[in-house]
Ligand binder design. Structure first.
Ligand SMILES: [Zn+2]
Length: 387
């Protein structure tokens, strides 16, 4: 609340400072450059400094030093000059998004890290966001809103920005994204610059369009679940066009550069299960199946992927889903990398399909694998009930 009141006061001050002139072409922001203290751009930065403070204490930031250092190293490989002036925040939320504030606050959501298959794909996204910062797109957007004297939109942007650090429900995020959306020209420009960044840094150009293609597949996956608005699609229109443009650009660089799949898979290994649990809570089962298939293709351990496939079926609970779940859990156990919980989930699925004997066996296996499990007493009572 205080943030919003503060931002309204600031908005009023900025309105007073506003003059309705023609747009001036803006020079690129230089590394370490800060806007003149009396400018509207400085006011915008001040707003975003407040947002950054809120974000820091939001409880949604993944502060793991190793993961942060890894993502930061990718931004530094793209641009050693600019990377030290950016502050990276990995935000734990299961949706695809990355964003850049005019003051250099860069957000990368865990839903993005779960969807990216290698370092080159991530580099493209980070390069795109850095381009918004260097080309000062936020202040251009801000000025264009003011020129249109659209006071409602103006106030919406200000209050929305004050709340930007809040990672709330999807509807809130989607409406925020549409308010903050850059123009198509700015998106195209950032696509171009982001692409040049990654190619110059030695990444495989062919990876650039793949994340967008995977998102398109996810969005088109037909499930019975009602399609929810995607934050990504609200802020990035004309995805098909962007894929085509990028694919055309990759042709000149065919066979060049590196994807760096292994370092990326290794960097997110410790977080994959947490993020997949978040992903399942969305109950967008058709979309999550695409995500799981992409993870398998990226070389994440089959045991883990099959386990989550089983969890997906067990949670969805349509006709025949428990049998599908049993098949997936059994495949997970056969493959490498399944978590010990696979035995508990398999036990539950057997129980629900009236197979007491294998259910008991699975529960026992779970307890053998997890002798100090917090739910030991409960699982033991299940075994008793099944006798
Ligand atoms: Zn963008």
């Amino acid at each position: 609340m205080t943030g919003i009141r503060h931002s309204l006061a600031l908005a009023a001050a900025l309105l007073l400072a506003a003059c309705a002139g023609a747009p001036e072409p803006l020079a690129d922001l230089q590394p370490g450059e800060r806007p003149d203290i009396s400018s509207d751009e400085a006011g915008l930065w001040m707003q975003m400094d407040m947002v950054e403070k809120k974000l820091k204490t939001s409880g949604h930031v993944v502060d793991d030093p190793k993961l942060n250092a890894y993502i930061r190293s990718v931004t530094c490989r793209l641009s050693p000059e600019y990377c030290k002036h950016l502050r990276l925040f990995i935000v734990q939320t299961p949706h695809f998004n990355a964003s850049m504030s005019p003051n250099g606050t860069m957000q990368v959501w865990t839903g993005t890290l779960l969807r990216v298959q290698n370092e080159a794909q991530l580099a493209y996204i980070l390069g795109h966001e850095m381009a918004h910062y260097i080309r000062r797109h936020s202040v251009q957007k801000w000025r264009s809103i003011r020129r249109k004297s659209d006071s409602m939109a103006f106030f919406t942007v200000t209050t929305r920005m004050a709340g930007l650090g809040f990672v709330g429900d999807l509807a809130d995020l989607a409406s925020m994204a549409s308010v903050m959306a850059f123009s198509r020209d700015h998106e195209r420009e950032s696509d171009d610059i982001g692409f040049d960044f990654m190619v110059k840094a030695g990444y495989a150009a062919a990876e650039a369009p793949k994340t967008w293609q995977a998102l398109l597949a996810e969005s088109n996956a037909d499930g019975e679940e009602k399609k929810k608005p995607s934050v990504f699609f609200a802020s990035h229109p004309a995805i098909g066009e962007r894929v085509e443009t990028l694919q055309a650009k990759t042709r000149a660089h065919a066979g060049q550069g590196e994807a760096r799949r292994k370092p990326f898979v290794k960097a997110i290994r410790r977080f994959r299960r947490d993020w997949l649990r978040d992903e399942l809570r969305k109950r967008d089962f058709a979309g999550t199946r695409v995500v799981l298939a992409n993870l398998a293709a990226a070389g994440h351990p089959a045991g883990d992927i099959k386990f989550f496939e089983g969890e997906l079926y067990r949670l969805r609970g349509d006709d025949g889903d428990l049998h599908e779940a049993i098949g997936a859990y059994r495949a997970a156990i056969k493959a490498k990398g399944a978590p010990p919980e696979v035995h508990r989930s398999l036990g539950l699925a057997y129980w629900k399909t009236n197979q007491p004997k294998p259910a008991r066996k699975s529960f026992r296996r779970y307890l053998a694998a997890m002798p100090k499990a917090g739910d030991r007493a409960m699982i033991q009572s299940y075994i008793e009930q099944l006798k």
